[in-house]
Ligand binder design. Sequence first.
Ligand SMILES: [Zn+2]
Length: 310
Amino acid sequence: MNQPLDLTAMMYHYVRDLGDEAEAGSRISGMTVHAFEAQLDEISKEHTFVDWPAVRSALEEDKPLPSSACLLTFDDGVRDHYINAFMILRERNLSGLFFVLDHRVNDGLVLGHKIHYLLAGLGVDELRVTILERLDSAQRERFMSAEKKYQLKYPGGSLDDRINLLKAVLQRDSSIEVDPLLSDLFEMHIGSEIEIARSYYLNPEQMKEMTSAGMHFGGHSHSHPWFDWIDTEQRDDEIRCSADYLRQIERGPWAFAYPYGSLSDDSPYLLRKHGFVAAFTTQAQLRHSDPYYIGRLDGEEVAQNGQAYA
Ligand SMILES: [Zn+2]
C-alpha cells in the first residue's frame, strides 16, 4: 500500500428484531432489520459498495477503489448474519465480509457472548452480586480492585456505565475464574450452553451457502479476548487458530477484525505470519494509512445518532 486508502468500512454485530429467529427469546437486542435496510438505502445514495477482494487488491496491488467506496463488515459470526443480513445482501446483490470466531461444534459460547445472555437474563446488578457470591476471597479481591480501576473509565452510575464496568472486569482481570462460573450460571438460568452455541454461531452449511452467494469471511480469533490483556504467545495462538479455521471456508490471504477492537503492537507481525494481510479496528476513521489498522464506523451507532457517513 503506497497511498492511504479511502474507504468507509461499516461494522455490524447483531441484526435482529425482538421475537425473530435470530433473537430467539434471548432478549439480547441489536440493530433492527428495518434500521439495517434503511441504512443500506442511505449508504447506497452516496457510496459504491465494494467487496473484500476489491479492498484486498487495493491494499496489495494498489488497484484503486471506486470513489466513496463502502465495505460492509460483520463481527462475531452470529446467526443474525445468515438469517437477516445475508438474506438482505443477497437480495440487493451486495457482498459482506464476515469475521467469524474459530468455533467448533462442541464448543460453548465465548465469554463475551455468555455475558450478553446473562446480562439480558439477570440484569447487571443481579449478575454482579451472583458472581461475587461465588468467588473466593482472593478472587473477590481481584474483582473489586479491577472494578475500582475501571471506574475511572466508567464513572457514572448510569445503566450503560454499570454494564460496561462489569463487562470490563469479567472480560479482563477476572476472565479466567469467571469463565467456568458463567457457564454454570448459564446452565442454571438460560439453558444448555453447547446446544445454544450450536445455533448461535454460523454453521458450516450456512457459511457454505453464503460463500457461494459471494459473501466473504475473515478471522476474529478463537476465544475473543482483549488483545491488550493477553500475552504475545496467546495472541499468536488466537490468530493461528483463526487461520486454521478460515482455511476451510475462505481462500486467503485474509482479513482480521480485532476482538473488542483491542490492539497490541505485535499484532500486525503475528497476523502477517499467519496469512492475514489486513485488520480492522473499531476506531471511527475513513482514511487508512496502515492495512493492519483499518478503521470502521459502527452501523448501529450511526443509525442512532444520525451521523453522516463521509
Ligand atoms: Zn467481536
